[in-house]
Design a protein around this ligand. Structure first.
Ligand SMILES: Nc1ncnc2c1ncn2[C@@H]1O[C@H](COP(=O)(O)OP(=O)(O)OP(=O)(O)O)[C@@H](O)[C@H]1O
Length: 460
């Protein structure tokens, strides 16, 4: 930031604070320069430095970062005439006095564009976000907002269940804006942090600062907005902040675990404000999206653990079995790679089942062997007795193998148990059947489609 730019910030502050306040607190600041992310000011007394830091620190930082996004901190050095003289004298003695001047600092911003909001997670970018049917609309809307053009829908309201990628998308927007429009001030924080800051500002009588800060951002992102339900004063302040930013055509992005009209104890005026832009939901993941995410993450892990890789069959198994949320899916893969590298074994199906027993048990869906047999028999228009009976003609043998394969994929039953349900067959017969279908799925499009159809109808 140049001295001229500081001059223009001073003018703005003069306007907004009023002459008295400005003369008391801002006029005495001497801007020294900005280096390595720190903007330095000299102040004549410790008291003034402390006061300005506590009461106007955030405001100054927000104005400075708008002009110079690399600045993360504002530091006030107390420079008195006596100290300057002492420093000169000691320099002449070649005994430099340690710089006794206390440095009063504003709290460091987590990253330049987030001011003091939540730090942005480096992993949460558009590049690492896997798009599928359940999240394609949310992804498209996020991309649109991240372009940073004229504000078309305000707010963008993203909602969906736990671990479905809301925070990931919000951070991706922030990263993208940072690259495309580095001059924009993006504040990203959770609704809980918003409330915390609000309460603190009330307690410290710094509401002016609070209001100024929130009204000075170009893009405001609030995660988990359902948190403010039932908290009346926070809602009130949020409402005013929201309106002020919308009036200035500043983009707001909100996330929540449910739609605005499902958030209880939310004032109606806020609810209708939240609905006034674009409301999009992230649907629960489907099999294809889970598989896509697993593939992307396993490629990443394969780079981190040279020599370890995971076969598609195992990824398909995990995608079919872990249906809860992406966080658990990721956790399973992390554990699998860490475990295999610790025990020094390749990632096999046995190792997967051993290492993930607890996750697989919790995620076990209530699909029974009987249900699978019934669906398969209906699909191929054969009788149940032929499906499990001894006849080896292909019209019965192929559906039987498909049913065995689905039992292995969708239940936690062991091979011998599955064998018992198929007319007391041996576990090696079941294993052969499962492997056969694994191969055929790659070679025979009709079988691949049948298996997929059956799996979907069993999962539904
Ligand atoms: N489509 C996706 N592609 C890649 N990773 C994803 C996707 N969806 C979610 N994830 C990952 O899943 C994890 C959980 O996502 P995130 O934290 O964004 O969920 P959330 O919806 O904000 O959940 P919560 O409501 O618990 O805060 C993150 O590690 C994220 O990277």
């Amino acid at each position: 930031m140049t001295q001229d730019q500081w001059g223009s910030i001073r003018d703005e502050l003069h306007q907004s604070m009023g002459a008295n306040c400005f003369q008391s607190w801002i006029e005495p600041l001497k801007y020294v320069g900005a280096e390595e992310g720190i903007a330095r000011f000299n102040v004549p007394t410790n008291f003034l430095g402390n006061y300005v830091s506590q009461n106007y620190g955030d405001l100054l930082l927000s104005k400075i970062t708008r002009l110079n996004p690399t600045v993360r901190r504002v530091v006030f050095d107390t420079v008195t005439a006596a100290k300057t003289a002492a420093a000169c004298a000691s320099a002449q003695d070649h005994q430099p006095e340690p710089l006794a001047a206390p440095q009063v600092q504003t709290r460091p911003a987590s990253s330049p564009d987030a001011l003091n909001g939540s730090p942005l997670d480096k992993r949460f970018t558009f590049d690492t976000f896997v798009v599928g049917k359940p999240n394609e609309l949310a992804h498209a809307a996020a991309r649109r907002v991240a372009e940073g053009g004229p504000v078309t829908f305000n707010p963008l309201f993203l909602y969906g269940g736990v671990g479905l990628g809301k925070t990931h998308l919000m951070h991706a927007i922030a990263w993208e804006l940072r690259t495309r429009h580095p001059h924009l001030t993006v504040l990203n924080l959770s609704a809980e942090q918003f409330m915390y800051r609000f309460v603190q500002a009330l307690r410290d009588r710094k509401m002016m600062d609070f209001k100024e800060l929130f009204r000075s951002v170009d893009v405001l992102m609030v995660d988990d907005v359902q948190f403010i339900a039932g908290k009346d004063s926070t809602q009130e302040e949020f409402f005013h902040t929201f309106n002020a930013l919308v009036d200035q055509h500043k983009q707001i992005i909100i996330s929540a675990d449910r739609a605005p009209d499902e958030i209880k104890d939310l004032e109606n005026r806020i609810r209708s404000r939240l609905q006034s832009g674009l409301v999009v939901d992230l649907h629960p993941t489907d099999y294809e999206l889970r598989l896509g995410i697993l593939q992307a993450k396993s490629e990443m892990y394969a780079r981190m653990y040279p020599g370890l890789e995971v076969e598609r069959g195992i990824l398909e198994f995990l995608a079919a079995r872990i249906v809860s949320n992406v966080r658990i899916l990721e956790g399973a893969l992390t554990r699998l790679f860490a475990f295999a590298s610790l025990v020094g074994k390749p990632i096999s199906m046995d190792l997967t089942q051993e290492c993930l027993t607890d996750i697989l048990r919790v995620s076990e869906r209530k699909v029974s062997i009987e249900e699978i047999q019934r669906k398969v028999a209906d699909h191929y228009l054969i009788r149940h007795s032929d499906l499990v009976g001894p006849k080896r003609v292909r019209t019965f043998a192929r559906p039987r193998q498909i049913a065995m394969y689905l039992c292995k994929q969708l239940t936690t039953r062991s091979l011998p148990e599955i064998g018992r349900h198929f007319g007391g067959r041996d576990h090696t017969t079941v294993m052969h059947g499962v492997r056969r279908i694994e191969e055929l799925r790659k070679q025979d499009a009709q079988i691949a489609e049948d298996v997929e159809l059956l799996r979907r109808s069993l999962e539904a």
